[in-house]
Design a protein around this ligand. Structure first.
Ligand code: NAG
Ligand code: NAG
Length: 301
């Protein structure tokens, strides 16, 4: 009994001037320590977040651009409509009945729907600037691609598939910030450029010098037989992608320019190997690696 009483007394004595077993001095030290500790922790976290958000996540601007990104600096060329089988590049249909080409027509309608919708999408339509070779869009504005104007390559006209003269659309893949280096000196066009394209370039630039600022496009048959079978080819609206669409900077509502290639009288009942090439000084051309060119086969029966 006396033992426990003494003990209690002892504790009571030593506890005088303390709070929960610590002296005010000790509490103050702990308080200072934790204040500094958490302040450091919070500021480190804040620094991390701010750096991360500012440097790494801008939804419109990719961090790795051009030569630093996996996409690279030379844009690829693509065609539409695409065959059902992803490994195939054959555009084949038989006859002039709707059933025979409806797959291709549906593919094109779907592909072009974004071009027709732009006016109705909030934000996108408001951004459209009336671009021209003499009137480049201001920063943040986008140029219109008026696919409705390209008769006979229009939806109403079944993209001319029903007349055994199909329209195939070409587009250049987007690379953020890429600026084409145009072949705009009509006196010094590359010697391997097809003669028809050179003639067209001279013709277009005669009309307006600024039209030379285009990423030119040409399609031709691969073998001598293909070149014979392909027939006359027209490009709408121009034989190239107008320069005012570049650079692509992910502005709201941006639409990639298109070229509709109208095969006016391809030989029927035979596979025609078609190669389309994009022409700019900074588009790498390598047939083997399929750079700067796109290949497809056309067969109309
Ligand atoms: C030709 O294109 C280059 C860009 O590749 C441009 O800097 C230059 O101004 C263009 N020349 C003309 C006459 O438009
Ligand atoms: C050259 O342009 C004129 C009109 O600008 C056109 O009628 C003619 O067919 C064009 N020639 C070629 C070869 O493109």
């Amino acid at each position: 009994m006396p033992y426990s009483a003494e003990n209690r007394d002892g504790r009571g004595k030593s506890a005088s001037g303390t709070f929960l077993g610590r002296t005010p001095e000790s509490w103050a030290k702990i308080l200072i320590f934790y204040t500094i500790f958490y302040a450091t922790l919070v500021s480190l976290f804040a620094i991390c977040m701010v750096t991360f958000l500012q440097q790494f996540i801008n939804p419109r601007v990719p961090r790795l651009q051009q030569e630093y990104s996996v996409i690279g600096t030379s844009p690829g060329l693509g065609f539409r409509p695409l065959p059902e089988d992803v490994r195939s590049t054959l555009i084949y249909y038989k006859g002039t009945g709707y059933d025979s080409y409806s797959y291709w027509e549906k593919q094109l309608i779907e592909f072009l729907s974004v071009y027709k919708m732009k006016g109705q999408t909030a934000g996108a339509g408001a951004n459209i600037f009336d671009c021209d070779f003499n009137k480049l869009p201001p920063h943040g504005k986008v140029c219109d691609v008026d696919v409705r104007d390209w008769a006979p390559c229009t939806e109403e006209n079944h993209f001319s598939f029903h007349k055994s003269s199909p329209c195939i659309f070409l587009k250049l893949n987007r690379i953020y910030g890429w600026r084409p280096e145009f072949y705009n000196d009509t006196g010094h066009l590359p010697p391997d450029m097809p003669r028809e394209l050179r003639t067209q370039i001279w013709n277009i630039t005669n009309y307006n010098r600024n039209y030379a600022n285009m990423v030119w496009v040409s399609c031709h048959g691969e073998t001598p037989a293909d070149r014979e079978n392909i027939g006359p080819v027209r490009y709408l609206p121009y034989p190239g992608f107008p320069g005012y669409f570049y650079p692509y900077e992910n502005a709201e509502g941006y639409l990639s320019p298109l070229v509709a290639v109208h095969f006016q009288k391809p030989k029927t009942g035979i596979v025609i190997n078609v190669e389309c090439r994009a022409w700019a000084r900074n588009i790498v051309y390598n047939r083997k690696e399929r750079l700067g060119v796109v290949h497809f086969e056309l067969m109309v029966e």
